[in-house]
Design a protein. Structure first.
Length: 466
């Protein structure tokens, strides 16, 4: 007799269900109904549909959970109900025996390099899922950007060494990148001018990017506002790493750009920065320092971990200039003997993430949330399951290219709400929370048009408009 197979999950709140592979991510967001006998699962229901949904989606792991519960009782792992206080938070993990591990994995465990490669692949899939791109090859390797930057720096140094005035030589070098003669270098003009002046022109070959892609990536390194325009003096200062009176040095601009590149190319996106910002906030709350500020010693450790996570090497000069730039203005009170300079980690986080979403992007997120409110029925709160029911990862470019599984592409965004308890899965998702989630994903999209296309495809807004 052939084994029974589970039928495809039903829709939720009027949303047609979409399944293209067996690992349906939507089942991860189902929550047991409060007070329901036998642990029945909440689905879309109206009156007669609930029983059918429960029959088609039984709690398959109930027997395994009960068996594990009895095993724990008989072995004495839990210690019964007599444990109180901190003992209730104690958790003994079952460890695999050495002989079983050797039979499964061999005598030698996975090397550190193998584990790092697996972790890097997981981070790559995550950022690909968030950016809605077919693969990570759309981003230029930072090594190619560094080589071009060093070549351009040497060329500019040669011109300045033979000129009577270094500033004039730099302005003459970038003059053709400023078509309006207003001291502003545009992205397109920079790419065209530098390609011609440096004879830097070659097509893309396989995974290797074209010269145009590398030039655009170098410009983006210095474009901290992602506006497509950089002041000519600022571009020169960032390229040379020069100091500027009353402003952040070019070294700081370059460091911020390099960290952004590393987060996207190797760090799995800006979620790592979000997590670090949360850790800094907890440290600030515990140490009772001014809001949004931490001593340099507390901040440097996190900054170095972020750099290592992003494969960015920071020198002592890089760190010193970053700390100096984000030191808040003095309050007027004279410092004590044991005073340690503070750093505004909130401002550092915003600088690394970049400008907030534009009004057009916020409007698109609002439209997606309005569709979720309709799915949740009138007056009811939006829950994580509503997000999972509507989110359509089947049309993701990487899924269509069979480079990423549909569940991985979906969880790159939805994993933020995937709680470990029924309470977490049953919590409300507010509009502010939805917008904040996209604030950390928006930097992956340079063009508003691509961000809009992603929102419409992911949340099926094109179907809603019809």
């Amino acid at each position: 007799m052939a084994p029974a197979t589970a039928p495809p999950p039903t829709g939720y709140g009027g949303c047609a269900s979409i399944t293209t592979d067996s690992d349906d991510y939507r089942t991860l967001f189902r929550t047991p109904m409060a007070g329901a006998a036998g642990g029945k699962y909440e689905t879309s229901g109206g009156g007669g549909g609930r029983g059918r949904d429960e029959e088609r989606n039984p709690p398959r792991f109930r027997a395994a959970v009960e068996a594990e519960r009895w095993r724990a009782k008989l072995s004495g792992d839990t210690g019964g109900k007599a444990s109180t206080g901190r003992d209730e938070l104690h958790y003994n993990q079952r460890q695999q025996a050495d002989w079983a591990r050797e039979r499964l994995l061999g005598s030698a465990p996975p090397s550190v390099e193998e584990m790092e490669e697996e972790e890097e692949e997981s981070r790559t899939q995550k950022v690909v899922g968030q950016a809605w791109v077919p693969s990570s090859s759309v981003w230029v390797d930072t090594t190619a950007i560094d080589r071009l930057e060093e070549t351009m720096r040497r060329r500019l140094g040669e011109l300045e060494s033979t000129a009577s005035h270094a500033g004039r030589a730099a302005r003459a070098f970038f003059s053709e990148c400023d078509p309006t003669r207003q001291g502003r270098v545009t992205r397109r003009a920079f790419v065209e001018c530098m390609a011609r002046k440096m004879q830097y022109d070659f097509p893309a070959r396989g995974a290797s990017p074209s010269s145009t892609a590398v030039l655009e990536a170098l410009f983006d390194r210095y474009d901290t506002q992602r506006a497509g325009v950089v002041a000519a003096d600022d571009l020169h200062a960032a390229l040379a790493g020069a100091a500027r009176e009353g402003r952040a040095s070019g070294r700081v601009v370059r460091t911020i750009g390099r960290l952004r590149e590393g987060l996207v190319r190797y760090g799995g996106g800006f979620d790592a920065l979000r997590e670090l910002d949360g850790q800094w906030f907890m440290l600030q709350a515990q140490s009772r320092h001014p809001r949004g500020c931490l001593p340099c010693s507390m901040l440097v450790d996190g900054l170095m971990r972020l750099a290592a996570h992003s494969r960015v090497v920071l020198t002592d000069a890089d760190i010193a200039t970053m700390l100096e730039t984000f030191e808040p203005p003095p309050t007027g009170a004279p410092p004590t003997a044991a005073y340690e300079p503070l750093v505004a980690f909130t401002e550092l986080t915003v600088a690394l993430r970049g400008p907030p979403m534009s009004r057009d992007r916020v409007a698109m997120v609002r439209a997606a949330y309005a569709a979720l409110k309709d799915d949740a029925k009138a007056g009811k709160a939006v829950k994580p399951f509503h997000l999972a029911a509507r989110y359509d990862a089947s049309v993701h470019p990487a899924v269509l290219a069979k480079a990423v599984r549909m569940s991985d592409a979906a969880l790159a965004f939805l994993g933020f709400w995937k709680g470990a308890s029924a309470e977490a899965l049953d919590s409300e998702v507010s509009l502010a929370e939805m917008c904040d989630r996209y604030e950390w994903i928006s930097p992956l999209y340079h063009e508003d048009a691509r961000f809009e296309a992603m929102i419409k495809a992911a949340w099926r807004l094109h179907l809603r408009s019809k």
